[in-house]
Design a binder for this molecule. Structure first.
Ligand SMILES: [Fe+2]
Ligand SMILES: [Fe+2]
Length: 408
């Protein structure tokens, strides 16, 4: 099989009989209709061609069926496809399943027992289906495919496949990243690439983070850690020494381990009042040697919320600056707070500063929400319009407490 690259499609070898069929999506602006992805995203399907069986793992996003069938047909005759392994039924991976079934009704689809019902509800089809138990093995002449259930990474029916003969773990969403890597294999887990991995993790799997460590440990026990290639369904294939690094990173993501003395400062400022306060906050934190990542919602700038949530995932602490709007938090900050609660699920120190014109109505409400979600609100200060000297003193004292909380 020769390497092929055309119109954002890559077909290339991962190992002798395993190939990647990758689509580089530069047109989706909002992943899951929610997350801004100016960096783009890839959908990676994999194909294993053994002497006695041809097996496809996942496909591409719904809407790309024709492109997918064309790409697959350039490699095999779809009538020769024996199995399609469905790691996860979300439509960024399962989008071509119906088209494959219509081309070849003899395909046996393989998945978690829950997958069969989803085939009917999401695609209205009832194909030949083999529900596999946790740890079940499908043997072909040269390979054994072990299916390992990894519930909630990202849906309850999610599973991964381990192929010991090539020490390869096909992981679907797990170890995926946004961004469109130049090549199939990543050469280094650079800061930029880790940012993309973390963003994908926090946006997509963050809500289910409690299941990550459990499932990682399970996979490592079953495979005895004998993994040389991780083949995810988004982003680059990871191999060699980088495999261990990627696994460690995933633990770091799941545990929200702080890195690089990073503090996320996120705020809205309609007329510059909060902006002025947060510039002061940023200056103080930077002078203390923290690395501040700023996310602003102003009349000139609108931060990427997916980036913000990804960055906050491994921050030491978070400072939120919230303007008051119609007696409530500024809508975009309200949305950010909701997502922080949902995706991070607490566990970070937060310094809260609100600014109001005619009424101090937001602070108490936001503070209570964050505390209920498991965040530690180190201090909460409300400022009426332009901060007075007294306000700035209060903020400086609060910053000292915030610093202490982060360096304990
Ligand atoms: Fe997913
Ligand atoms: Fe996905």
């Amino acid at each position: 099989m020769s390497k092929e690259r055309s119109h954002g499609i890559i077909i290339d070898k991962v190992s002798r009989d395993l190939m990647i069929i990758r689509y580089d999506d530069t047109t989706t602006k909002y992943f899951e209709a929610l997350w801004e992805i100016p960096e783009g995203v890839t959908y990676n399907a994999y194909l294993l061609v053994d002497d006695d069986a041809t097996i496809l793992f996942d496909s591409w996003k719904k809407g790309l069926e024709n492109d997918f069938l064309n790409a697959l047909s350039s490699v095999i005759d779809i009538r020769d496809l024996d199995y399609v392994v469905i790691h996860h039924m979300e439509s960024d991976h399962s989008g071509s399943i119906k088209a494959l079934y219509e081309k070849n009704p003899d395909i046996t689809f393989i998945g978690h027992p829950m997958t069969n019902k989803l085939l009917r509800s999401l695609y209205g089809i009832s194909p030949r289906f083999r529900a596999v138990k946790d740890g079940e093995i499908l043997s072909t002449r040269n390979y054994q495919l072990m299916f390992i259930h990894v519930p909630w990474l990202h849906w309850p029916e999610t599973m991964v496949t381990y192929i010991p003969q090539i020490k390869t773990l096909l992981t679907c969403d797990v170890f995926g990243a946004y961004t469109i890597p130049k090549s199939v294999f990543i050469e280094d887990l650079s800061d930029e690439y880790v940012f993309s991995m973390r963003k994908y993790f926090a946006n997509i799997i963050g809500f289910y983070r409690d299941n990550v460590i459990k499932n990682l440990d399970k996979v490592l026990t079953i495979t005895k850690g004998d993994i040389e290639i991780i083949a995810p369904a988004h982003g680059a294939v990871i191999k060699g020494d980088l495999v261990r690094k990627a696994i460690d990173l995933y633990r770091e993501f799941a545990l929200k381990t702080p890195v690089n003395r990073k503090i996320v400062v996120a705020y809205s400022s309609m007329y510059g009042f909060v902006d002025g306060i947060m510039n002061h906050v940023t200056q103080v934190l930077s002078d203390w040697g923290f690395n501040v990542s700023s996310y602003r919602f102003t009349d000139k700038e609108r931060a990427g919320i997916g980036d913000l949530i990804g960055d906050a995932n491994n921050a030491l602490g978070i400072v939120l600056g919230i303007s008051t709007y119609d007696t409530e938090p500024f809508p975009l900050m309200d949305y950010v707070i909701n997502l922080l609660i949902k995706k991070l699920r607490g566990g970070k120190p937060i310094l809260l500063i609100t600014d109001y014109g005619w009424g101090d109505v937001v602070l108490k409400h936001v503070k209570a929400r964050l505390e209920k979600a498991g965040f530690t609100v180190i201090d909460a200060i409300s400022v009426n319009g332009v901060p007075t000297k007294d306000d700035l003193n209060k903020i400086d004292i609060a910053l000292q407490s915030f610093k202490q909380a982060m360096t304990q």
